[in-house]
Design a protein around this ligand. Structure first.
Ligand SMILES: N[C@@H](CCC(=O)N[C@@H](CS)C(=O)NCC(=O)O)C(=O)O
Length: 202
C-alpha cells in the first residue's frame, strides 16, 4: 500500500492522480496547512519538511514529480514507457519542474493563492509573461501529436498537466494556446484525474 503524506489541496494531488492512473492501492496521510502556507505539523519522513512525501514499504521519497515517476514505473507501460520514450518522460518531467513550475507559482501566488491584500499585480504579470513563452513552445509540440510522447497519455503528460492544473482551474488565460488548452482538458478529465480532482475540488 502506497502512503501519500499530504492533502489533495497541495502537490500531493499529483501523486494521488498518479496512484489512480496506475491502479495501485494508496492511502492519504493528511498533513494540511496553517495560514501562510506553513504546514500544521512536521513531515518526519521528509528532510525538507514539505508535502508530499511517499512511503512505499521501506522506500521513502520526496519531490512530487519523482514520486510520480516511481509510481508510474511500478505500473509500467503505457503509463511509464521504455527505451527512448522513458528518456522523453524524464525530459518533460524536468521541463515541467524547471521551465514551467516556477512561473506557474509566481503567477498563482499573486493571482489567487495569497490573500488579496498581499498580491502584487506586477509579479503575476511577470509570471504570466514567462509562462506564456513556455506555453508557446508546448503549443508547437502539441500541434505535432496529441500527447507529449505521441498518440497516448503517459506520466509525462500527468506530470506537466498537474503542474499547470492550478492555473488552469483558476483563470489563467489558455485561449492563445488552443492545443495546450485541448490537451489539458483531455488530461484533466481522464477518469483517474476526475477521481483525484473530486478529492480536491469536492
Ligand atoms: N518541489 C517540491 C515542492 C514541495 C512543496 O513546496 N510543497 C508545499 C505544499 S504544495 C509545502 O510543503 N509547503 C510547506 C512549506 O514549504 O513549509 C515537490 O514538488 O514535492
Amino acid at each position: 500500500m502506497l502512503k501519500i503524506h499530504g492533502i489533495p489541496r497541495s502537490r500531493a494531488f499529483r501523486c494521488i492522480w498518479a496512484a489512480e492512473e496506475a491502479g495501485l492501492p494508496y492511502e492519504v496521510i493528511p498533513i494540511g496547512f496553517q495560514p501562510g502556507f506553513k504546514l500544521e505539523r512536521a513531515v518526519e519522513i521528509n528532510p525538507n519538511n514539505k508535502i508530499p512525501a511517499l512511503e512505499d514499504g521501506s522506500l521513502v521519497l520526496f519531490e512530487s514529480l519523482a514520486i510520480n515517476l516511481h509510481i508510474a514505473g511500478k505500473a509500467g507501460a503505457p503509463l511509464m514507457p521504455t527505451g527512448d520514450d522513458a528518456s522523453r518522460v524524464m525530459q518533460w518531467t524536468l521541463w515541467a519542474a524547471t521551465e514551467a513550475e516556477p512561473h506557474v507559482m509566481r503567477w498563482s501566488y499573486n493571482a489567487y493563492l495569497k490573500p488579496e491584500a498581499d498580491r502584487v499585480a506586477s509579479e503575476a504579470a511577470a509570471g504570466k509573461e514567462a509562462l506564456d513563452l513556455r506555453l508557446a513552445v508546448l503549443e508547437k509540440e502539441l500541434a505535432q501529436r496529441p500527447y507529449l510522447l505521441g498518440s497516448g497519455f503517459t506520466v509525462a503528460d500527468l506530470n506537466l498537466a498537474s503542474v499547470l492544473y492550478g492555473s488552469w482551474l483558476n483563470g489563467y488565460d489558455y485561449a492563445p494556446f488552443p492545443k495546450v488548452k485541448a490537451w489539458l482538458e483531455a488530461c484533466m478529465t481522464r477518469p483517474a484525474a476526475l477521481k483525484a480532482r473530486k478529492q480536491r475540488e469536492g
